[in-house]
Design a protein around this ligand. Structure first.
Ligand SMILES: Nc1ncnc2c1ncn2[C@@H]1O[C@H](COP(=O)(O)OP(=O)(O)OP(=O)(O)O)[C@@H](O)[C@H]1O
Length: 606
């Protein structure tokens, strides 16, 4: 335990206002359990401090963080820290990354940056720093990213000739003069919103007008035919370049669409041509209780992995700089406008329930619509049940499946009670259900179906979860959600996907298949063989089968309402406690006895 570093951190926190999320207790291990603190491998020193969005306010107390001389990473972004740039940081000679953006720091930047000769990333944007940009920054030979945007910096931009520099942003300050030659390789957006002198500094991307020929000076111009030739040549060249660009883009998109999951797992980022330009009027909106803090830039820059392409767009797993992992959905074809989208997100974001996957944040602009969720490492129920990804089939014993069904039912019932009883999920299926920390089902993707353009009927049918009466995804109802839940229950019981194709390519619809087997009084045949090794569960399985089939009744009015479904599912084990007794403790193994199930006749007409 690094005792001195621990004391320095406690001294720091003692003098600063902070949110209760910072769980630093004197009697717990600084390296093992303190949030935002990372130690070196032998736990002798603290090497990283990451407290983004931790509600810190006030100036950094002197002689606290400066004692952490082994610090390599400091991330205190998105807080309300005020006062000058902390003097004592000059003691942190091992710093490689410094993130102080989105705070209330003021006063000049430190004069001598060369004390941090390992610095690679510096982000001091969105503060009130003033004075000039120190020339000593040019001594940082490892610097890859320098972001000083949105401050009140003045004076001329120094000639920062740093070959390693890949990212530069000095926009929205009060800088004057011209952009030095060494920095002209950066896009003009890096210097926007300053008082820089004109075209000499930033040559426009496309000359709008030909340079005027001074009067009297004989034009040494080209003849008209030559000019025409050049224009045609340039047009053809332009066309070839654009066509090439489009082919590459289409190829890349097609690539993503058709690639199997395995090869999609490559690292990428969410950045695209259009998403890169952050619209100042649009900010990421975080929901209460989310201890995440990042801006669009952070999110787009994060190292991301494609999890899959869903009905509404691409889903990514993104690793943020502060080591949190989130899931980002990039929505395509959102048909509603910003206000409707925001309203729907507010309704969804207000739901705080163990069985509903919380929306952590969202972003809406003309070009980009993103929703941020927690990442579930185990993958979805679909992956676990059908062995794609998760830990394989055996991970889901009968108890787990029962908990998934109970949790999902509770989650859906909660969703249905929201917004004066008007909220509908619209896309309940096993790939949208995860397992919460108590092992119960947890519903994700709420309310997206109603924001999007309708999905064509043939595509909808193929999912096997859609209620038969549903012709337009935006018209999903409580009753159609109940139907989808019924299909999910049948999937959990049979271990079969809602749509199966047999060898002869004949498509088998799960609900129809279950109905026909039950009609022939071969009930035991429907159950997943994996479940047959658990003893004494046939009563429960048959009970669940009745619920699943009642929910998947063809006529919407004959389906039970979600609160009734919750009650019925909970009664399966006649306990309404979070901890179900484990069937694994039962020693004898028995096989379910085939028997008929009493099903209302209407539901058999699938
Ligand atoms: N929060 C999450 N944590 C872990 N995996 C997730 C998360 N959200 C989605 N996934 C997984 O990412 C993949 C793509 O998800 P996505 O929701 O885009 O598509 P889908 O569930 O297949 O279809 P749909 O768009 O109709 O819901 C799925 O395998 C899904 O289970």
């Amino acid at each position: 335990e690094p005792v001195e570093d621990k004391q320095a951190l406690l001294d720091f926190l003692d003098s600063m206002h902070h949110s209760p999320h910072v769980n630093w207790e004197e009697n717990t291990s600084v390296c093992q359990s303190w949030r935002g603190v990372t130690c070196n491998s032998d736990e002798s020193r603290v090497t990283a401090l990451r407290l983004p969005g931790a509600g810190l306010s006030g100036p950094i107390p002197p002689n606290t963080l400066s004692r952490l001389s082994a610090l390599e990473i400091v991330s205190l972004r998105s807080n309300g820290i005020s006062g000058p740039f902390p003097d004592g940081f000059s003691e942190l000679k091992n710093l490689t990354s410094l993130y102080l953006q989105s705070n209330k720091f003021s006063g000049p930047l430190p004069l001598d940056f060369s004390v941090w000769n390992n610095l690679s990333v510096v982000n001091l944007s969105n503060n009130y720093f003033n004075g000039s940009i120190p020339f000593s920054i040019s001594n940082l030979t490892h610097l890859t990213s320098l972001v000083l945007a949105n401050n009140s910096l003045t004076g001329e931009i120094p000639d920062l000739n740093i070959p390693s520099l890949e990212e530069l942003n000095l926009a929205y300050n009060n800088l004057s003069g011209v952009v030095p030659k060494s920095l002209l390789r950066f896009p003009s957006s890096a210097f926007a919103g300053n008082n820089l002198t004109s075209a000499t500094a930033l040559p426009p991307a496309f000359p709008v007008e030909p340079p005027a020929v001074p009067p009297g000076e004989k034009s040494k111009g080209l003849s008209e035919p030559a000019l025409l030739g050049i224009i045609i040549g340039a047009s053809v060249l332009g066309f070839v370049v654009i066509a090439g660009f489009l082919i590459v883009c289409c190829y890349q998109n097609a690539d993503v669409d058709v690639q199997p999951m395995k090869s999609q797992n490559k690292q990428t980022s969410l950045k695209t041509e259009s998403s890169g330009s952050q619209d100042k009027n649009n900010k990421i909106v975080f929901f209460e209780g989310s201890n995440l803090a990042f801006d669009l830039e952070d999110l787009l820059r994060a190292s991301a992995e494609i999890l899959g392409k869903g009905t509404f767009g691409m889903t990514y797993k993104a690793a943020l700089e502060d080591a949190t992992t989130v899931v980002v959905k990039r929505l395509k074809e959102v048909t509603v406008g910003k206000r409707d989208f925001e309203q729907q997100m507010e309704v969804v974001g207000r739901i705080k329930h163990d069985n509903v996957d919380a929306v952590r944040a969202y972003y809406y602009s003309k070009e980009e619509k993103l929703i941020v969720y927690d990442y579930y490492q185990q993958g979805s129920v679909s992956a676990m049940l059908h062995g794609k990804g998760g830990e394989g089939r055996s991970a889901l014993d009968w108890d787990s499946r029962l908990r998934i069904a109970i949790g999902a039912a509770r989650g859906i019932a909660r969703i249905h009670s929201q917004h004066g009883g008007k909220l509908v999920h619209g896309n309940i299926k096993a790939s949208n259900i995860f397992i919460n920390s108590q092992g119960y089902g947890c519903i994700s993707d709420i309310g997206l179906a109603t924001l999007m353009s309708p999905i064509p009927v043939p595509a909808m049918r193929t999912t096997g979860y859609r209620a038969p009466e549903l012709t337009d995804t935006r018209k999903a109802s409580h009753a159609s959600d109940v139907y989808s839940f019924g299909v999910l229950v049948l999937e959990l019981l049979t271990g079969k996907s809602p749509i199966n194709s047999t060898e002869g390519e004949q498509v088998v619809h799960l609900v129809r298949w279950v109905n026909s087997v039950v009609r022939e009084e071969w009930t035991a045949e429907v159950f997943d063989v994996e479940l047959l090794r658990y003893p004494n569960i046939e009563e429960e399985m048959v009970g669940m089968l009745q619920i699943g089939m009642a929910c998947a009744a063809r006529i919407p009015d004959q389906r039970p309402k979600m609160p009734d479904v919750v009650r019925m599912v909970e009664e399966i084990r006649r306990v309404n406690t979070p901890n179900l007794p484990s069937t694994e403790s039962r020693s004898e193994v028995s096989t379910p006895t085939p028997r008929a199930v009493d099903i209302p006749s209407t539901s058999v007409q699938q």
